[in-house]
Design a protein around this ligand. Structure first.
Ligand SMILES: C[S@@+](CC[C@H](N)C(=O)[O-])C[C@H]1O[C@@H](n2cnc3c(N)ncnc32)[C@H](O)[C@@H]1O
Length: 186
C-alpha cells in the first residue's frame, strides 16, 4: 500500500472529522490519527477486529443507525466486499456533510484482469485477486451508484505497482490500485 499516495489525497480534502468504513484492524484510523492529530478519526467494521477503538456496524443494513456526521468518509479496499453497495452509500451519504468527500481506494480492475489472464496462461505463480471480493467495481460502476446521492468524482488516480504493455502500438502503464475521490454537492 502506497501510503504517501493515499494520504496526499486525504490531506487535499481538508477534513475535520473522518470515518473509515470497513476499517478491518484499523490501519487507516491509526495512520490518519498520526498525521492529523487535531481531527476526529473513527472506524467501523461489520466484524470486531478489536482495532484502534473501532466500532462494529454493518453499513449495508436497513437498520444502520449511526448518528455522527463527518466531512470525510474513506473506504480502503472495502467497497468490493459489500453485499449491497447501493444501500451502504445511501446509509453513509446521510452521515456526510454537504461539501464533504468520499475517498475510495480500490484494486484497479484492469490490473486484476491482466494478472488473472497471465496466471491462466501459466506466466505467473501468484493467483491474483481476493476470494472475499464480491465484485471488482470500476470507476464507472461506482460513479453510477454514488452520483444519485449528489456525489461527483473530482479525482481518479492510479497508484502502486505497474504493468507496462503495448496494445496496438500504444504504450500503456496500468497500476495496481486506484483512488477515487467524490465531493458531495453543497
Ligand atoms: C479487505 S478488508 C479491508 C480492511 C481495511 N480497510 C484494510 O485495508 O486493511 C474489507 C473489510 O470490509 C469489511 N466489511 C465488509 N462488509 C461490510 C459491511 N457491510 N459493513 C462494514 N464493514 C464491512 C470487512 O469486514 C473487512 O474488514
Amino acid at each position: 500500500m502506497d501510503l504517501d499516495a493515499l494520504f496526499r489525497v486525504v490531506r487535499e480534502t481538508s477534513f475535520t472529522a473522518m470515518l473509515d468504513v470497513g476499517c478491518g484492524t484499523g490501519f487507516m484510523v491509526r495512520e490518519t490519527r498520526k498525521r492529523h492529530p487535531a481531527c476526529r478519526v473513527e472506524g467501523i467494521d461489520r466484524f470486531d477486529f478489536d482495532g484502534e477503538g473501532c466500532s462494529v456496524a454493518d453499513v449495508c443494513s436497513v437498520d444502520f443507525s449511526w448518528q455522527r456526521r463527518y466531512d470525510l468518509l474513506t473506504m480502503v479496499h472495502a467497497v468490493n466486499h459489500l453485499v449491497d453497495p447501493k444501500r451502504a452509500i445511501e446509509n453513509l451519504n446521510a452521515r456526510l456533510e454537504p461539501g464533504g468527500h468520499l475517498l475510495i481506494a480500490n484494486p484497479n480492475p484492469a490490473f486484476v484482469k491482466i494478472i488473472r489472464t497471465l496466471n491462466a496462461h501459466g506466466y505467473l505463480e501468484t493467483r491474483g485477486g481476493d476470494d472475499t471480493v464480491i465484485a471488482y467495481l470500476g470507476a464507472a460502476e461506482i460513479d453510477r451508484i454514488v452520483n444519485r446521492y449528489g456525489l461527483h468524482r473530482v479525482l481518479h488516480r492510479e497508484y502502486g505497482e505497474a504493468i507496462r504493455c503495448t496494445v496496438h502500438g500504444v504504450d500503456l502503464v496500468i497500476r495496481e490500485r486506484e483512488l477515487l475521490l467524490y465531493r458531495k454537492r453543497g
